[in-house]
Design a protein around this ligand. Sequence first.
Ligand code: SF4
Ligand code: SF4
Length: 123
Amino acid sequence: MNGAEDRGAFTLDDLYAMIPEMQCLPGCTDCCRLFGVPSRTPEEDARIRDYLYAQERSILPAEGTRCPYVSEAGCTIYPVRPLTCRLFGTSPTVLCPRGARPVELLHEDVEAEIHHRYRLFWR
Ligand code: SF4
Ligand code: SF4
């Protein structure tokens, strides 16, 4: 059985939709500058590549602990940022160091389900 069969019709976008919306502090990009290039599945990598190529931009190399896609204005690949970036700050296990939060933090059971489902996208 391959990964696609394990996931059934469940897509990355379905997974992303399980994560609550969160507003960052205006102008803050601290976590993008401190925690390195986010891990991403092959499908997320392909989405980023396609997004960059559609804008005639290039895939950028890592820059130490700084994500190469962060700018003064924020994330420059925001629509296709990977799950790690979407989760950050939304869960009690990855709280924002600046205190930004969604209206309601992820419940641990939902977070566990997200991680469980996300694993299937690495196959
Ligand atoms: S999650 Fe927190 S640290 Fe990261 S950019 Fe948003 S406000 Fe800043
Ligand atoms: S992909 Fe975007 S949100 Fe994620 S670390 Fe890089 S700049 Fe930040």
